[in-house]
Design a protein around this ligand. Structure first.
Ligand code: GLV
Ligand code: MN
Ligand code: MN
Length: 400
């Protein structure tokens, strides 16, 4: 029988990133593959039957597989230089909750599975929740297989190297039909529970969220020999995009816009770039507001590109509308817990993708820093155990 903290300690050295700080555990790269093996071994120790679906998601069954299974889980991959809790806390809590239930001799009255989703952060291939998007058909197989990582390897290459068959990647009705209800436990990515003075809460909604890639093309040239009057520097409209993201999101209620990744080519200090790629992450409480933020930013970026004599192309890399979690399931979860505050989140989750197909709920564990996607992300051991206890109660009630 292990606690969540003991399980997190067991994986604390996997995928540490000395250059960025924190963890870089990208989908199907060595550290994430090591974590997947670790999870498989831990599930085996608990007598769970492990299988990997066509899209690389791991299922660990307590009892015979579905239909109408209760499924819980999260992911083991991270953003570049991420924290220790986003993803792994949900996975280790599912193992610890099984321990707690097995210790008291509980026998599930319906199929129960723990899941580890593939490439949730999109840290390698750019599309978040890729495992659940493929499972549900939200992202078509052809689009996913062609995605490239920073070294030019495709998602098809990555799944093949991981022992999967690229021709079988894609919507998996059979696997999806086994999920009756889904519950994901996650570290909170904000200070809502700190302010509410509660260790555990339940989710109400997720913001609409998309990612866009802007490619600005200008004229590569010499930083010293090119007069300021004869430049076509794509870094200028790229910079305008960054500033416009702040301005546009500040003017649309409840919205957020971020540029966290920018890549000039060729990327030399004494070189005017020939192209600059900029990735925009935009979110808002609904589709209309998200689109409005992105339209304002796009208009400003296009104008800035024209002013500098540059070209710009815009590609939507992913999009998901706002999610409102099933209120009946939330009521059941809250009644299993006795009491728990309900709060929205600005972060995306596989639970949000599944919510369009099956009743889905989320449990959040208090994060004293409120920081996430960064090494300062944290949850105190006592709160992690409160999360495990809450998850065990929910599983017991929903499968009992
Ligand atoms: C994932 O955590 C996201 O919200 O981007
Ligand atoms: Mn995340
Ligand atoms: Mn996550």
């Amino acid at each position: 029988m292990s606690t969540a903290t003991e399980l997190l300690t067991a994986i604390k050295d996997v995928g540490t990133d000395s250059a960025r700080g924190g963890y870089s555990r990208h989908g199907f790269e060595a550290p994430e593959l090591e974590l997947r093996e670790w999870f498989t071994a831990e599930a085996g120790k608990r007598g769970l039957d492990v299988e990997v679906d066509r899209n690389g998601n791991i299922w660990a069954w307590w009892g015979a597989p579905g239909p109408d299974a209760l499924v819980t889980g999260s992911h083991l991959d991270s953003v570049p230089g991420g924290g220790a809790f986003d993803g792994p806390l949900g996975v280790v809590s599912s193992l610890a909750a099984v321990d707690a239930l097995q210790a008291k001799g509980f026998k599930p009255g319906r199929p129960l599975a723990l899941m580890v989703f593939a490439e949730e952060e999109g840290g390698r291939f750019g599309v978040p929740c890729l495992g659940s998007r493929l499972l549900t058909g939200a992202t078509p197989a052809e689009a996913a297989l062609a995605l490239k990582d920073r070294s030019g390897d495709t998602f098809a290459d990555a799944v093949k190297a991981a022992g999967l068959d690229p021709s079988r990647v894609g919507k998996d009705e059979e696997a999806l039909s086994r999920i009756g209800r889904f519950v994901e436990l996650h570290v909170e990515q904000g200070r809502g529970l700190v302010d509410l003075d509660a260790p555990v809460g339940v989710a109400t909604s997720i913001l609409a969220h998309g990612r866009w890639r802007f490619r600005f093309t200008g004229e590569g040239n010499h930083a010293g020999a090119t007069p300021m009057t004869s430049r076509h520097d794509p870094m200028l409209p790229a910079s305008q995009l960054v500033l416009s993201a702040r301005w546009a999101a500040s003017s649309v209620d409840g919205s957020r816009a971020t540029v966290g990744r920018i890549e000039p080519t060729p990327g030399g200090t004494n070189v005017i770039a020939s192209t600059v790629d900029v990735w925009l992450d935009a979110r808002a409480p609904n589709d209309g507001r998200t689109r409005s933020v992105v339209e304002r930013i796009t208009a400003a970026a296009k104008q800035a590109a024209r002013d500098e004599g540059c070209e710009v192309t815009v590609t939507e890399e992913s999009y998901g509308d706002a999610v409102h979690f099933d209120s009946e399931l939330r009521d059941e979860v809250v009644s299993a817990l006795g009491k728990a505050p309900a709060l929205p989140t600005g972060a995306g989750h596989d639970a949000g993708i599944l919510a369009g197909h099956v009743p889905t709920a989320m449990l959040f564990v208090r994060n004293p820093t409120g920081v996430s996607h960064a090494p300062a992300e944290h949850a105190e051991p006592a709160d992690c155990e409160a999360g495990v206890e809450a998850l065990a109660k929910v599983l017991e009630k929903l499968v009992g």
